[in-house]
Design a protein around this ligand. Sequence first.
Ligand code: GDP
Length: 425
Amino acid sequence: MSTCAIVGINWGDEGKGRMVDLLAEQFNIVVRYQGGSNAGHTVINEFGKFALNLLPSGIFRSDVINVLGNGVALDPEHLSGEIDRLRSVGVIITPDNLKISDRACIVFPFHKLLDELEEIRLSDKKYGSTKRGIAPIYGDKYQKKAIQAGEVLTPDYLRERLHDIVAWKNLTISGVYGAKPIDEKELWDWCEKFLLPLAPFICNTGKLLEEAHRDNKSILFEAQLGALRDIDYGIYPYSTSSSPLASYAPIGSGAPWIQIDDCLGVVKAFSTCVGEGPFVVELFGEEAEKLREIGNEYGAATGRPRRVGPLDLVATRYGVRVQGATQLALTKLDVLSYMDKIPVCVAYKLKDGTITTDFPFTPYLYGATPIIEYFDGFNCDISGIREYDKLPKAAREYIEYIEEKVDCKITYISVGPKREEIIIR
Ligand code: GDP
C-alpha cells in the first residue's frame, strides 16, 4: 500500500489544497487528520473555486473516499453548509464517499463563543484566533469533556453527557466571563438540526483504513496549517491546538500503525503568516503591499490580509526536518516574476548579536532580524511554463539554492493556482 502525507512546511497557506487536488486521483482515500473549520484549502478545478474548511480536498474526485479522522475538530453546522455549497455545483457527497470518524470531537456553538470571549478578554494580547472554537474544543478533548461524533449513534448517551458538559461549561461562560449561559434546549435543537443528521456518515475509520490496507489501497493524508503552527514544535502559543505534522497523520486518522511512505512538504516561494506571533521576515509598507496584492495573500477562511515576507530558509529547513519531508512542492513561484531582485532570508541575527541558521525557541524570535541575500529576478512571466528546463536560469538557480539549503528535493513547482499550472520534475 502506498501512503503519502501532504503537509505544510511553514506557517500554513502554502497551497496544500491545490497539491491534494492535483494528486488525489492517484489515491483511493484522502484523509484530513487534524484541525477544524479554520482551514482554508483553496482549490480551483472544473467545478469552480473553493476554500475548503473541513472537507478533504479529494471530495471533487468521484472515485475517492474522503475521511475526516479522529484528530479533526468537527463543526457540524459548518460542515453541513460546506456540503450544501458543494452539492449546489454538482459535487456528489454521500455516506459512500465521505466518512467521519466516530472518534472526531464535535465543535459546538459554545466553543466558538468561548473563543470569542477569550479574545475579547485578551484585548491587545489576543492570539489572533479565527474564532472557530478550535482551542476550546481541543482543550475540552484533553480535559475529557468533549463529545465524540459516534455518540450520535446512541442519542440517550449523547444527551446525558451533553447535559453534564453544559453544566460544567456554564461555570466558565457565566461564572468567569459573565456571559449568557448555554440554554440546553436550544443546544439540543441545534444538535437535531446539524449533528444528528451526520449519523449516516459516521463510522470506525480505523476499520475502514485497515480494510483498505489489506486490499492494497493507497491513502493520502491532508494536513491543515504548517509545521510552525504545530502545538509542540511550532511558535507556541501562537500555534494551533493540534499537530499538523506528518507523523501525527496515522494517529489522527484512525490507524496509528500505518507507516507514511512519502511526505510531500509544501513550501511557498515567499513567506506568509496569518494572525499574531513573531514573524522574523515580515515586510512592511509598500514592499509588503505589493507582494500581498500580487500574491493575493488574504486568508481563505477569514479574508484577513496575510503578513508577508521573503522566503525564510531558517524556518523552512526547520519545517522540512520536523515534517520529515521526503520531497517538496514549491508553490506560487510565478508571483515572484515582478521582482527585479528576489530577497531570501538565509540566517537570523538574534537580539544578542548571535547569527544562526537554526530556528530558535520562540522567545528568541523576538528582536531577531533576517539576514537577506538577493537572487536575480526572472524577468519574464513563468506561469505558462510546464517543463523545468524551460524555466529561466534565474528561477532554476533560486530553486536549486533552496533545495541545497533545506536538503530536500523540489519535485513540483507550481506556477499558478489552477490544477494544470504545475511543473513536475
Ligand atoms: P493551503 O491552506 O495550504 O491549501 O493554502 P491556501 O489555499 O490558503 O493558499 C494558497 C493560495 O495560493 C490559494 O489562493 C491558491 O489558489 C493559490 N495558489 C496555490 N498555488 C499557486 C501558484 O502556484 N501560483 C499562484 N499565483 N497562486 C497559487
